[in-house]
Write a protein that binds this ligand. Structure first.
Ligand code: SF4
Length: 279
């Protein structure tokens, strides 16, 4: 086993914020799709984010994604209540979501211009509301539902997650923002951990099988667009694959040996400085 401590950041890097980290026991008693996905990307990134609790300023792309997500959440909740939001209400929700709360870690705008990012985020939302396949009078089955499923009978932790939206008839929807037009085959492959986890959580909560899973990608191009990818209900093979991954996740964390995995994902990683100092 190699050193299990936070690698020092380079001298010229901004001081990272440290939050209380989580113990390996906590991180292996429950598991979520987002934690599994980070662990699959890179063990060292997982360790720095979840165990060491290193917090970096959110990127412009992350802030846009969170704002879009917050607006679509309120849009879905309003339809669930039977009183859809009008354009003015959408604008107010957008402004509130865009404004950072006092004391929040400031956004790393870097080369991005805040006004341009804000205009692009709004254009993305307008495009979605114009092109969405969801009728404005369709009442969702659920919005932002926190769910869990005890996998102890499989020798695994509790699976936890939040479903963005469940459409009428049991169709699970997940919203994503991206800078590039997604390829449907790759989307189904790269989101499988998440979609299979959501399918299991939906089945656990409702006792029903989902009728389908939709990935709604809001593409942040100069002229934004919406790409909807149908993933279909999760198969038994996908469920078995997810269980196998969770098993490997627990084994790996218990080894306490977080190694880096240099690759394409490093260009988007906020821990490059810490990673270069790792030994
Ligand atoms: S820079 Fe790459 S290898 Fe290093 S922690 Fe980030 S994802 Fe992992």
């Amino acid at each position: 086993m190699i050193a299990f401590a936070v690698p020092p950041a380079p001298a010229d890097a901004p001081e990272p914020v440290l939050q209380p980290g989580r113990t390996i026991e906590e991180l292996t008693s429950t598991v979520s799709a987002s934690r599994l996905s980070t662990w699959l990307q890179c063990r060292l990134k997982f360790y720095l984010r979840y165990v060491a609790g290193v917090v970096k300023p959110p990127s412009a792309a992350l802030h846009v994604g969170k704002t879009v997500h917050a607006v679509l959440q309120q849009w879905s909740l309003a339809r669930w209540r039977g009183s859809p939001l009008d354009a003015e209400a959408i604008g107010a929700v957008f402004e509130a979501a865009w404004t950072q709360p006092e004391g929040a870690v400031p956004i790393a705008w870097e080369a991005e211009d805040e006004a341009d990012s804000k205009a692009n985020a709004l254009a993305v939302i307008e495009t979605y509301l114009r092109d969405t396949p969801i009728p404005v009078d369709e009442k969702p089955e659920g919005v932002e539902v926190s769910v869990e499923m005890d996998l102890a009978s499989h020798g695994l932790p509790v699976l936890v997650g939040v479903l963005d939206l469940v459409r009428a008839g049991g169709r699970i929807v997940d919203f994503k923002t991206t800078g590039r037009t997604p390829d449907p085959k790759m989307v189904r492959h790269t989101t499988e951990v998440q979609t299979t986890g959501y399918a299991l959580l939906y089945r656990e909560t409702t006792g029903q099988r989902e009728t389908g899973i939709e990935l709604h990608h809001l593409v942040k191009l100069k002229t934004p667009k919406l790409v909807v990818t149908e993933a279909g209900p999760a198969t038994d093979q996908q469920v078995n694959r997810l269980f196998h991954l969770i098993d490997a996740y627990v084994d790996d964390l218990e080894r306490r040996d977080p190694i880096p995995s240099p690759g394409m994902q490093c260009s988007m990683c906020e821990f490059l400085g810490e990673c270069r100092a790792w030994v």
